[in-house]
Design a protein around this ligand. Sequence first.
Ligand SMILES: [Zn+2]
Length: 415
Amino acid sequence: MFENYKFTAAERFLRYVQIDTQSDPQSSLQPTTAKQKDLGKLLADELKKIGIADAHMDEFGYVYATIPSTTSKKVPVICFCAHVDTAPDCSGTGVKPIVHKNYQGQDIVLPDDKTQVLRLSEYPYLQKQMGNDIITASGTTLLGSDDKAGVAEIMDLANFLITNKNIKHGTIKILFTPDEEVGKGTAKVDLKKLGADFGYTLDGGEAGSLEDETFSADGVQVVIHGVISHPGYAKGKMVNAMKIAGHILDALPKDRLSPESTEGKRGFIHPVRIEGVAEKCSIDFIIRDFETAGLKKKEDFLQTMIAETIRIFPNVTFEFHVTEQYRNMKEVLDLHPQVVEYAEEAIERAGLKTKTESIRGGTDGSRLSFMGLPCPNLFAGEQAIHSKLEFISVQDMNKAVETMVHLAQIWEEKS
Ligand SMILES: [Zn+2]
């Protein structure tokens, strides 16, 4: 199917990464930075050139497009989604991508800052890239494969399907979003307009990886009310709320239930912010667990622990406020097992082994899943993201395109 096809993902990628699309966590605009629209507009134009008539970018920087169905069957509408912005953690201005052809395991020294060296010993995934063409930045910026790899791959998918109309598939939607890196990627998305039944974000790492699980997440705010009096005459009366906060933080388990002591499937209770005066002090926590029921257990544990800690201080009270943040996408995906099953089959058809992973965090996919678009995360090939050593191989990008083509076909076959 791909023997005579000249993949365009890498060529597109090399152009897209040179467009600065860094998002800004401090901004209240939508998109948070206007420059993200530079890429959005280019993508809409290129989609039109490919032959997708309805491609357009809206006022918020979202790009929507439809690849028309090539089958008479009624097939669920699937969507491929990627984000155009890059992370605020590392500069995305003046990215100079470099292709290192036929990688043979050597150290890759980045020319604009020779202290930036990509070494096989530090990035074992490079072992799987022998003979491949590796793309890096030049040493002073990130590369932006997170997620311009996903963007370029979806663009190539559109190019492939439009030029190979003999491939049978249902209606396929394309969605490019701004501001994923600052947690606002779904803020202004119009799912009704998109009109898809199921989605896949293309924003993962290793070729063959498939992420169908995220944390479930709550926030907890604890407000401690101390007892205040004039410090000169406070003997036997004053209880300082900040000192109580110190006791509470000290009472947290030290060898478990924290980000620094857990990995894999274990969740945690994590204080992220403290603010106060002697009279009143608040501590913000984030609570994480793969089981939503496990959140409640951790919250009960925390509340009981605080109650016990302050019991010995007369007249001190506390408030305990829980707010929902996001939920494990698996709760939604389990209701539609075919979404993940078909993705696994597509990965195998592309000649890869499926590696199912869970994300110790949240994604736009988890938000989209609960907004009504069940949406696991497929690999895009991105590596060492948000850093100057970020890299990706051309071959992994092409495998992502192949996987999407197979996925589109599988949905049609099974309908
Ligand atoms: Zn990303």
